[in-house]
Design a binder for this molecule. Structure first.
Ligand SMILES: C[S@@+](CC[C@H](N)C(=O)[O-])C[C@H]1O[C@@H](n2cnc3c(N)ncnc32)[C@H](O)[C@@H]1O
Length: 215
């Protein structure tokens, strides 16, 4: 996954940019769930889940396949139409709902989900904390918040990442918006994983991973 050719942070925020981006290709992402999600959520008792910035729906569909009742939310209708079609093809339509939202203005329902995930939802620093607060606010007591993103150190690898350091963040920065009275942070880390670079060569990348449970 990469944001390859975008250069202006403001362009990365809106529906027009993302609809055009998804519309430019039949398939933008691999279709596989993100390994950090699979690793941390396999075997967790399913409930209700919200995946914000769900894109073509790979994580949401994997969750639905594990028995979760998932709402996939994204700013791009093109991505959501694709996710809907994938869900139908996979026989997972009953376990999935798709909503077009702009997380910069949409307030997720408060304490409504057993799990809230956001994978590779990169936003400028000026809005990011508020977005993460909103995501955290949607987790009900006993539920999990799992945020995964590209780590800033990937800018020094062969992977194509946007040359916009302001769009990257650490797990500790996400953890900092969580009240210590209300949350147990299970993991705030930058684990390595193997990947294939745009030239087809194996490489190592790092992800930002924040996993927390609301008390
Ligand atoms: C890099 S893609 C990741 C997609 C998916 N989570 C995955 O891992 O394959 C980022 C996604 O965030 C969505 N997005 C960007 N800005 C958004 C916003 N303001 N509100 C909701 N979704 C947004 C994009 O449309 C895109 O699908």
């Amino acid at each position: 996954m990469s944001h390859d050719d975008a250069t202006d942070p403001a362009e990365l925020l809106g529906q027009d940019y993302w609809d055009e981006r998804y519309g430019s290709s039949q398939k933008l992402w691999s279709g596989n769930p993100n390994p950090q999600i699979v690793e941390r959520l396999t075997g967790v008792t399913p409930g209700t889940a919200l995946d914000v910035g769900c894109g073509e729906g790979a994580d949401a569909l994997w969750l639905a396949g594990q028995g979760w009742q998932v709402t996939g939310a994204d700013v791009s209708q093109v991505a959501l139409d694709r996710a809907t079609a994938h869900a139908e093809k996979a026989g997972l339509a009953a376990g999935t709902t798709w909503e077009r939202v702009d997380i910069l203005t949409w307030q997720p329902p408060v304490q409504a989900y057993d799990l809230v995930t956001a994978s590779f939802l990169h936003l400028p620093s000026e809005v990011r904390d508020d977005v993460h607060r909103g995501l955290a606010g949607a987790v009900r007591p006993g539920g999990r918040l799992l945020v995964v993103a590209h780590h800033l150190s990937d800018l020094h690898t062969a992977m194509r990442r946007p040359g916009m350091p302001d769009m990257f963040f650490t797990a500790e920065q996400v953890a900092a918006v969580l009240s210590a009275q209300e949350w147990d942070v299970l993991e705030a880390a930058a684990p390595e994983r193997s990947a294939i670079d745009p030239e087809g060569e194996p490489t190592m990348v790092r992800d930002t991973v924040l996993l927390a449970v609301r008390r």
